[in-house]
Design a binder for this molecule. Structure first.
Ligand code: PMP
Length: 427
């Protein structure tokens, strides 16, 4: 059955729509932290389909909210009052830490970042943007231009003038040997140098922890140091929280809070997990910035009633069950277990992460050379052993990415670590 589906997929969908696994997986249902395939095999889900399942699979509150709203009114238009949209916007504005926050909903992270660019470039009347090297912000025409990880860009054309800044990747590159303070100082000097040679940029956009780039994070406080430089020049700071939002990093609700010394970002973008699989993205900005657009309405499907109802139920569950705290506790334990596993494997260069956002970087034994083949083999082996993980990292895709639903239990963390132990020793 799945093979028939694969043939039909290949015949009708674009060739560039990548599928994981030599024998691609068709998932048919899920529960908690587990998913099942069409053959009835169960998998522990350590990737949540790239962090889209934020709390748990088939969360009853979300299923009920979706069914309830779908049964009452399936409708989408920003031309009428929409109670679930107002309810969710109020919760998000209040959680954002941004004063006088306004929220605009989209259907994806890409659109959220496109909207943030629209706001920042219009507000600042500049088409120049700063982005981080190795970043990923989406693949629309606008988002491609700010995605520093050029290997992920389907086109090199861009409507923006983009300058790429050092700092998102700590483990490789010319500053890798520096300690936290020196690294931060070097990146700030690089930023100032760039600013000395360009027309005034609209904004700097950055992921607090680079997601697609391999779960790399700069030293805490780097973006606060950047912000001081930007603030003096009126340049906006956009934090892309598509992967790091909603407590994923454990210690903080938003990734930027590890850099919040000088206050919140001017603009925050979010997506993925908030809908627990439903498509919600969005932008949060101070009213002054959000309202700078000379527009009436710029979305039909952003904030559709059924997705907003899902998001509200999901966020309520997350907060009521302190899943951020769970990410900190269970994620901390999982990182510890994986570091012990890694110490026995000559393939692992580093286990890094925060909360339930954990990367295992693979290199060829005895060298510093990225090993994308080992990463692909590990993905296959893990799947065969009943564990779904992801991969990413730089241009070489040699980092195993682990980002389970935030309700992961200790027993499930132990189960996944034991499988990864077997996987890494089989390489
Ligand atoms: N920003 C980040 C940090 C992401 O990881 C992604 C998706 N991987 C996006 C933006 C784009 O989101 P979407 O795929 O929902 O358009």
């Amino acid at each position: 059955m799945t093979h028939d589906l694969l043939g039909r997929h290949r015949a009708v969908l674009p060739d560039w729509l990548a599928l994981y696994y030599e024998d691609p997986l068709e998932l048919t249902h899920g529960e908690g932290r587990y998913v099942w395939d069409a053959a009835g095999r169960r998998y522990l889900d350590f990737f949540g389909g790239i962090l889209t399942t934020m709390t748990a699979h088939a969360l009853p509150e979300v299923a009920k909210a979706v069914a309830g709203q779908a049964g009452r009114l399936l409708h989408s238009s920003t031309l009428y009052l929409n109670r679930p949209m107002v309810d969710l916007a109020e919760r998000i504005a209040q959680l954002s830490g941004i004063p006088d926050a306004r929220v605009f909903f989209t259907t994806s992270g890409t659109e959220a970042n496109d909207t943030a660019l629209l706001l920042a470039t219009a507000y600042r009347r500049s088409d120049t943007v700063l982005a981080m090297r190795n970043s990923y912000h989406g693949r629309s025409f606008g988002a491609v231009g700010i995605t520093g990880n050029r290997g992920w860009s389907p086109t090199s054309l861009s409507p923006l003038r983009t300058l790429y800044v050092h700092g998102g990747v700590r483990t490789r590159g010319p500053y890798a040997h520096l300690d936290d303070r020196e690294f931060t100082a070097a990146c700030v000097a690089d930023l100032k140098d760039l600013l000395g040679h360009t027309r005034p940029p609209a904004a700097l956009i950055a992921e607090p922890v680079q997601g697609v780039g391999g779960f790399t994070s700069p030293p805490d406080g780097l973006y606060a140091a950047f912000r001081d430089v930007l603030h003096e020049r009126g340049i906006l700071w956009i934090s892309d929280e598509v992967q790091t939002g909603w407590g994923r990093t454990g210690d903080h609700f938003w990734g930027w809070q590890a850099h919040g010394r000088s206050g919140p970002p001017d603009i925050v973008t979010f997506a993925k997990g908030i809908g627990n699989g439903m498509s919600i993205g969005g932008v949060i900005a101070r009213a002054e910035i959000m309202n700078c657009l000379d527009a009436n309405s710029i979305s039909t499907f952003g904030g559709t009633q059924v997705t907003m109802a899902a998001g509200l139920a999901n966020l309520t569950h997350l907060l009521e069950h302190d899943l951020q705290g769970n990410a900190r506790r269970v994620g901390g334990l999982l990182i510890e277990r994986l570091r012990a596993v890694a110490a026995r494997s000559p393939h692992v260069r580093e286990v890094r992460g925060r909360g339930l956002m954990i990367g295992i970087e693979l290199t060829r034994p005895g060298t510093d050379e990225a090993d994308p083949r080992a990463a692909s083999a590990a993905l296959e082996e893990a799947r065969a052993a009943g564990l779904l993980i992801g991969k990413g990292g730089g241009h070489d895709t040699s980092v195993l990415r682990i980002a389970p639903p935030l309700s992961l239990t200790v027993a499930e963390a132990e189960e996944g670590a034991a499988i990864l132990d077997r996987v890494l020793s089989s390489l």
